[in-house]
Design a protein around this ligand. Sequence first.
Ligand SMILES: [Zn+2]
Ligand SMILES: [Zn+2]
Length: 170
Amino acid sequence: MLEPSAWKQACSVLRELGGGDAARLTSCVQSRFKPMNRVAKCACENVKVSVKGDPVRLIACHCDYCQRMSGSVATLCAVYEERNILSVNGDTTVYELPKWPGGEKYFCSVCGTTVHWINPSAFPGMHMVAAGCFADPNFPAPDTVTQTKYRQSWCPEFEGAKHYEEYSGK
Ligand SMILES: [Zn+2]
Ligand SMILES: [Zn+2]
């Protein structure tokens, strides 16, 4: 994988060559280092959260709260720096997290999907988005899996991620 500066250099060489093939190649190469914007949506698509680039982390949590909230084996928590949340649209209702001071979850007022949340005591300066709301087959895989002591016995480990039995602040 080339560094972004090397890709840029390759693009300028292609531009100098000119012609249709060079233009196609240039846009192909540019797409390799341009941060990709994505939009997370609730199930009814009333709430839309636009983000810039990939999340800095993707954490899967198997705890009892996350299982109840998601109705699934885990939540998939995509962690973004606050500045990379480009826009938030649609009516949400706020649920204040009882165990985390300042923590707020925002769910769609129409369909009830939890789309995004903040947790300043655990993740200062960060904004979390439910990774499933992107419904993107090419979304990055989890790097961390936590609270595995709550995981169903039939549920496999996520390949390539670090696993923790309990939440350790990591
Ligand atoms: Zn909705
Ligand atoms: Zn959890």
